[in-house]
Design a protein around this ligand. Structure first.
Ligand SMILES: [Zn+2]
Length: 305
């Protein structure tokens, strides 16, 4: 703990709010105001993965052509990691926690982003998880295996906890996800009795409801936040790619555990987001991940902003 305090104090002396985001690539952006609530997007960094993971059910040629024709690089997919934060007065509710220090290069920058933005970790009252994949969940504990937020209550979907803690989880996920399973179990055990569960459909905190958006993982949820007369949706990984998730919702990303269910979830969600003109943050959508959804031809498009 003394390390982060020293770093925070040192950064404050350097005018950290201006300098540190440039130095680390980390960023905190105000995305929306809902009554007395403010929605922020805070960056945990970005990771680069093979573009082939965007759709496992397409030929490499078709995928590469589609990406290139729409201005995306056909080889790699650079994925930002956008943690959503709800500020109410001096208190904060976090949705997801970044990757921590044990995942891919370029991730794990949340703690330094919070220091730079002047957000006191002791003021975080709750942390809600969309799912237990590494890039959302492993950052819940720091380099000393202590909770990143000392005073927070943590909560994850019940179905998600059950799935990853099951004795036969390694038989249920491909070998490439065995590391994910081990990491999910480690962090669940480290959070111990600070970690509660909730069910999709429940109001998990005042004015914050968990929406069933399963498919990406078994228990994946998104969150609907109310404030004033407005609503806002934090998607997690229900929609991950700014082109493919919107224009080709039926394509199947390699990271979706249940491909068919994830497709059904995307179609239903996109229809609602476009019809109700709801603003969103997607964990891996570009920039701060914020925007909205419009209908386009027989599908949809992501409108950043
Ligand atoms: Zn993710």
């Amino acid at each position: 703990m003394s390390i982060s305090i020293t770093r925070r104090e040192a950064l404050a002396g350097l005018g950290a709010s201006l300098l540190a985001p440039l130095a680390t690539g980390a960023r905190a952006t105000t995305v929306a105001k809902l009554g007395t609530r403010e929605i922020l997007s805070i960056s945990d960094g970005a990771v680069t993965v093979p573009a082939g993971m965007i759709a496992r059910d397409r030929t490499p040629d078709e995928l590469a052509r589609t990406l290139r024709d729409n201005g995306f690089t056909p080889d790699v997919n650079r994925m930002p990691l956008n943690v959503s934060v709800i500020r109410e007065g001096d208190n904060y509710i976090f949705i997801d926690c970044g990757a921590g220090g044990r995942f891919l290069e370029g991730s794990g920058k949340l703690a330094s982003a919070l220091d730079a933005a002047g957000i006191d970790r002791a003021r975080v009252t709750r942390v809600l998880f969309t799912h237990a994949h590494a890039d959302h969940f492993w950052g819940a504990v720091d380099e000393f295996d202590e909770p990143l937020f000392p005073n927070a209550k943590f909560a994850m979907p019940h179905a998600e906890r059950d799935f990853w803690m099951a004795g036969d989880v390694l038989q249920k996920v491909p070998e490439a996800f065995h590391m994910m399973a081990a990491g999910a179990q480690r962090v669940i055990k480290q959070l111990d009795d600070k970690l509660a569960t909730f069910k999709a459909g429940e109001e998990v905190a005042p004015g914050i409801a968990a929406l069933d958006t399963g498919g990406h993982t078994q228990g994946h949820v998104s969150f609907e936040i109310q404030g004033g007369n407005d609503r806002f949706i934090v998607l997690g990984d229900a929609l991950t790619h700014p082109l493919v998730s919107f224009a080709y919702p039926q394509w199947m990303p390699a990271s979706d555990q249940d491909g068919e269910r994830a497709v059904a979830t995307r179609r239903k969600l996109l229809d609602r987001l476009a019809s109700e003109k709801l603003r969103i943050i997607g964990y891996h959508l570009p920039g701060a991940g914020a925007g909205s959804v419009e209908r386009k031809d027989s599908a949809y498009r992501f409108v950043a902003g």
